[in-house]
Design a protein around this ligand. Structure first.
Ligand code: EPU
Length: 417
């Protein structure tokens, strides 16, 4: 299994290209299931999760081709097997995003329940509740969600909590439903908006994506489209956090600063000098960051997907930071690994108190999930000596060319087999 070896020390200097957003690309790939005409995508990141999703679509009968890096052409005219098997779903929870489109297009679907997860329980009850309200009959048998529906009916759905993939699944189901669907308490994440834009390009009628009430008027069929996936705001934030911790001067290219307000605010509070233009973000940091308190929340609040990376910044900050995680109940696994690097962190319930130390020390640590791994990379960059991170397949799921991008900034990062 691959490991990442990082020799800490030294500021980061240079430029990084931001990749397409994983969490926008995954639902958008599933949107291809809704049409019998090709969907041509660009700015699709080269990631394990993207490859897994394409494999999942392929085994349903979707034809795919990738002519050049970042482009994917999907043709679901031959969609024949509306099944998502456990072998694929268990490696990637986002597979559940095929459920809505499959019921809408095929009138039936069999999708494995995702099972356990390292960051929290993550049930899919809201996805099922919404689809049932639209007329789907769903039973759970042998670990699979088996759904049937002649044609889904538009209705009003109030979600119990803000759920990103829940909103996306129901939005994709509703675009082909009979009549109007109103999704209340919908997620406002930029990835939901990106999916809606792609669906509209395919001929869907959607109003209000990006607000907490989304109105979808069902159409009888969707067509093909060409669409460019939005920049990855979490990858962007991860590099920004790395600079906040390690110091230096970096320009991020092909970014979308408009999707990062809460993250940029916290970085400025920590002492980073940041300027933005339409597609670039410049960050400059010197000396230790200042401690900042933060609490994760649905968009436009501070993203849970940036919490681990900020814990690494806090670990070397001047002062004490209080970090509250309100989205997932078990998303502090990185804290124990950061302690192995000398961080001073105590956890009580969903709150972590981080007393910044002058310097971390390199050690052997283990990645537990995608963003936890990113936090360990940041910590490794500011630790004395060598840090070896085990189980980096988590990083390969969500960060394109991580070592190459960090090396271009002057970091000493090496993948060892
Ligand atoms: N929830 C339920 N029932 C549901 C759905 C969600 O109780 O039916 C709960 C979850 O357990 C959680 C909260 O609602 O406590 C929010 O979860 P949400 O459904 O929004 O998460 P998700 O859609 O499964 C996406 C991202 C995650 C990101 C979260 C929160 C994708 C593919 N994944 O997950 O990304 O952390 O939204 O913003 O979009 C990552 O990229 O590392 C990652 C984990």
């Amino acid at each position: 299994m691959d490991k990442l070896k990082i020799t800490g020390g030294g500021p980061l200097e240079g430029e990084v290209h931001v990749s397409g957003a994983k969490n926008a690309a995954l639902p958008i790939l599933c949107a291809a299931l809704l049409a019998d005409r090709p969907l041509e995508l660009t700015n699709v990141p080269e990631l394990m999760d993207v490859r897994t999703m394409i494999r999942l679509l392929n085994q349903m009968g979707v034809r795919s081709s990738r002519d050049q890096p970042g482009s994917v052409r999907l043709d679901a005219s031959g969609l024949a097997n509306p099944v998502a098997p456990y072998e694929l779903v268990r490696t990637m929870r986002a597979s559940v995003l095929v459920l809505g489109p499959l019921i809408a297009r095929c009138g039936k679907a069999s999708v494995s329940l995702p099972g356990g997860c390292a960051i929290g329980q993550r049930p899919v009850d809201q996805h099922l509740k919404g689809l049932q309200a639209m007329g789907a009959e769903i039973s759970i048998e042998h670990g699979y969600m088996n759904a049937t529906a002649k044609r889904l009916r538009g209705t009003r759905i109030v979600m119990d909590m803000v759920t990103v993939t829940g909103t996306e699944n129901l939005m994709m189901a509703a675009v082909l439903a009979d009549g109007i669907t109103i999704l209340e308490n919908a997620a406002r994440e930029p990835e939901v908006v990106d999916l809606a834009r792609c669906l509209v390009a395919m001929g869907a009628k959607i109003d209000g994506a990006g607000r907490d009430v989304i109105r979808i008027e069902g159409v009888s069929s969707l067509g093909g489209a060409s669409y460019a996936v939005m920049p990855d705001r979490i990858e962007t934030g991860t590099y920004l956090a790395a600079v906040a911790a390690a110091g230096g001067r970096v320009r991020l290219l092909d970014a979308d600063p408009g999707t990062l307000d809460a993250t940029l605010d916290k970085l400025r509070e920590s002492g980073a000098r940041i300027s933005t233009s339409d597609r670039t973000i410049d960050i400059e940091c010197s000396g230790r960051p200042r401690a900042v308190n933060l609490k994760t929340a649905p968009y436009p609040g501070f993203p849970t997907d940036m919490q681990a990376q900020f814990m690494s910044v806090s670990a070397v900050a001047n002062g004490t930071s209080v970090i509250s995680e309100t989205i997932f109940e078990n998303r502090f696994m990185h804290a124990l690994e950061l302690q192995r690097l000398g961080a001073n962190i105590s956890i009580q319930g969903n709150t972590a108190v981080v007393i910044g130390v002058e310097r971390l020390q390199g050690a052997h640590v283990m990645a537990t999930d995608l963003r936890a791994s990113a936090s360990l990379v940041i910590a490794g960059l500011v630790a004395n000596g060598e840090t070896v991170i085990d189980r980096i397949y988590h990083l390969d799921r969500g960060y394109e060319s991580l070592e190459a991008k960090l090396s271009a900034l002057g970091a000493r990062v090496e993948r060892v087999k």
